[in-house]
Design a protein around this ligand. Structure first.
Ligand code: 1GP
Length: 248
């Protein structure tokens, strides 16, 4: 499975209505707790575990990925937030360029720093156009990236960015309102973007309920990322409800 993550994501999309990604932030708990959460997610219908965060203060990233990999059989992908990093234990990395930003460090600088490590560890890199969307309040990713999000009512700007990502060769795009966002990516924006591109779209940030997740899938989201809602309300039932809403 290690060499075919992109293919796995494409087939996930064709087998189920959409894929369910759970985001685990190593800064929020000890590695053993992260692994328990990942196991619970897998049992209750999560398709992919993402590991990452905006700060990574605890210096436990590799250990977290390693222990999660021991416990689950679903793919474990690195979602590096804004500062690219990689783990030899991961199945793949979402190799991000933050294309909503005009900060060169996030468009190409971080990638140059990380690329040799990806080669060394032989981790699959999935070229991902990453877009931060205005969410009603200042999120960690916005502050840490020192860049403006795409305004939430400017659908044309969003669609043009997504199309540029596709023409530049990105295999997937990620529209993110930021972790714990007050408002998730607008449903209308997802519709407008999907009309313009043919690559899959990941949607995350501020999705709190299964109903909201279902709405994003109906609008065209191919993959849904849930972090905070699961982390705060670490309940089997809720994870299952999210899985049902996303898959059906
Ligand atoms: C953040 O999209 C992810 O980058 C997940 O967001 O924590 O708000 O679910 P939440």
């Amino acid at each position: 499975m290690k060499d075919n993550m992109l293919q796995f994501l494409y087939s996930l999309k064709s087998e189920k209505k959409a894929g369910f990604f759970c985001l685990i932030d190593p800064d929020k708990q000890e590695p053993v707790e992260s692994a328990k959460l990942a196991e619970k997610c897998q049992i209750n219908g999560v398709d992919v575990i993402l590991v990452g965060g905006s700060l990574m203060i605890k210096d436990n990233f590799d250990e977290t990925v390693r222990i999660i990999k021991e416990k689950v059989s679903v793919p474990v992908l690195v979602f590096p937030g804004i500062f690219n990093f990689v783990s030899p234990y991961a199945d793949a990395i979402l190799f991000l360029s933050m294309m909503s930003s005009r900060n060169p460090q996030l468009l190409i600088g971080e990638q140059v720093r990380t690329a040799p490590l990806i080669k060394k560890y032989r981790v699959e890199a999935i070229p991902t156009g990453y877009f931060l969307i205005e969410s009603g309040s200042l999120t960690s990713v916005q502050f840490m990236s020192n860049s403006l999000p795409i305004p939430r009512t400017k659908y044309d700007i969003a669609a043009s960015h997504a199309l540029a990502a596709q023409y530049l060769g990105m295999k997937v795009i990620f529209f993110d309102a930021g972790s714990g966002a007050k408002q998730s990516v607008p449903t209308e924006m997802i519709k407008k973007v999907k009309e313009n591109i043919s690559i899959p779209m990941i949607i995350g940030g501020g999705i709190r309920t299964p109903e909201e997740a279902r709405e994003k899938v109906s609008a065209g989201a191919d993959f849904i990322v849930i972090g905070t809602a699961i982390e705060k309300n670490n309940q089997t039932d809720l994870i299952k409800e999210f899985a049902d809403a996303i898959h059906s």
